[in-house]
Design a protein around this ligand. Sequence first.
Ligand SMILES: *[C@@H]1O[C@H](CO)[C@@H](O)[C@H](O)[C@H]1NC(C)=O
Ligand SMILES: *[C@@H]1O[C@H](CO)[C@@H](O)[C@H](O)[C@H]1NC(C)=O
Ligand SMILES: *[C@@H]1O[C@H](CO)[C@@H](O)[C@H](O)[C@H]1NC(C)=O
Length: 194
Amino acid sequence: MSCRVLLTLLLSGCAWSISTNRTIDDEKGDSVSGLVPEYTPPGAWHQGSTCSICTVHLDTEQVLDGTWHDTTHSPDDPEPRSITMRFNGTAVYVYNVIPNTIANTNTGTNLTFAIDGALVGTFTHTPSSSTEFDYNTPVHSSTDLKNQEHTLVIQTVGDTSPSLILFDYVVYTFTDDSDSPASTSSSSIQVSIY
Ligand SMILES: *[C@@H]1O[C@H](CO)[C@@H](O)[C@H](O)[C@H]1NC(C)=O
Ligand SMILES: *[C@@H]1O[C@H](CO)[C@@H](O)[C@H](O)[C@H]1NC(C)=O
Ligand SMILES: *[C@@H]1O[C@H](CO)[C@@H](O)[C@H](O)[C@H]1NC(C)=O
């Protein structure tokens, strides 16, 4: 008795990609490239864990890498405060720490999010009477982005009432489709066993 098996694997026109999440920490920056966020105006921002004049003191165990960025935009400030980040990816998620009641401190939050110059979202929070902070709070997400470099700008809106931001980190989805067989040539593998 003879046995013959013929296996043909055709990979023509087959597109595939691999997506992985990467983080951009407020202080350390991009987990792969090391690119750090830009804070403007620079003098208006503080890295909270080393800030002695800040009224917000967080639990460093509950923020990514023990750091966060803190600023308050008040109605008499000439310009808003912003964070600018660049990334190559198809989705982006922003995580902040949300403050509630702190004695003698304005803790309302009012933010806008723009990607590549277009407004994509807002976030507002009216403090509760609790003195707890809400850690790892998703304040914005944008998915289904074109797979290319994007610029995300987070901006405070404090022109009518003060806006406090405690920025922790961003997660973005890096999608590698550079090795897709469809983008090179189609290939076929044939295995014969006699
Ligand atoms: C990336 O993180 C977001 C938010 O947690 C999640 O919804 C998404 O499924 C993750 N994507 C990948 C490829 O792990
Ligand atoms: C995005 O990818 C391009 C092409 O690889 C690279 O030149 C650019 O520096 C990357 N941008 C960021 C923000 O990593
Ligand atoms: C956020 O700011 C906008 C623009 O000043 C204002 O219209 C809106 O009422 C504010 N929202 C909150 C919840 O403070």
